[in-house]
Design a protein around this ligand. Structure first.
Ligand code: FES
Length: 171
């Protein structure tokens, strides 16, 4: 049964992915890595969210994609990372239709909220790269420039008496 959304786009033949286990495709402004793992096909952004290494040079085992540069690991189903210093990679829903791979390219829902949470995560865990990327992503998505500043101020005010217990930033 096909999912009824207007955002599914035909990506390639299923046989093309199965032939090598993975395939990079360029489609509607996205560079996607299609992978087979078990009996399923997955699609993720091919750019590592940590520092941009091409994920097709990584390895896949047991539905976990490991970037070849700093070895961040990602769940292929959700794109969620197992390594908080990296970030989640965007995963795209996939359907197989008559021997073809179709990928849902629907825009992310409320990316601002995701980046707000990541900024808070970065502050709580003392990860400078996550803090910087989240603040920049918030600005790119049209959030007022005072918003990431306000989140940082609130965090500082909340934890000002616990200074010694917070982690030092990781660069
Ligand atoms: S660029 Fe992928 S883990 Fe650093």
């Amino acid at each position: 049964m096909f999912t009824k959304t207007e955002h599914y786009v035909r990506a390639t033949q299923l046989a093309d992915v199965l032939a090598t286990g993975s395939l990079v495709i360029y489609i509607e402004g996205h560079t996607l890595l299609l992978c087979s793992s078990g009996d399923k096909i997955y699609a993720v952004d091919n750019r590592c969210p940590h520092m941009g290494f091409p994920l097709h040079q990584g390895t896949v085992k047991d539905c976990i994609l490991t970037c070849d540069w700093h070895h961040a690991r990602f769940d292929l189903t959700s794109g969620g990372t197992f390594d908080s210093w990296a970030d989640d990679v965007r995963a795209f829903p996939v359907e197989i239709r008559d021997g073809e791979v179709w990928v849902d390219l629907a825009p992310k829902v409320e990316p601002e909220n995701y980046h707000r949470q990541r900024l808070t995560d970065g502050l709580e865990q003392g990860i400078s790269l996550v803090i910087a990327k989240s603040a920049i992503a918030m600005l790119d998505s049209g959030v007022n420039a005072t918003e990431p500043f306000r989140i940082g101020l609130n965090f500082g005010a909340r934890y000002r008496n616990k200074r010694g217990s917070m982690k030092a930033p990781v660069f």
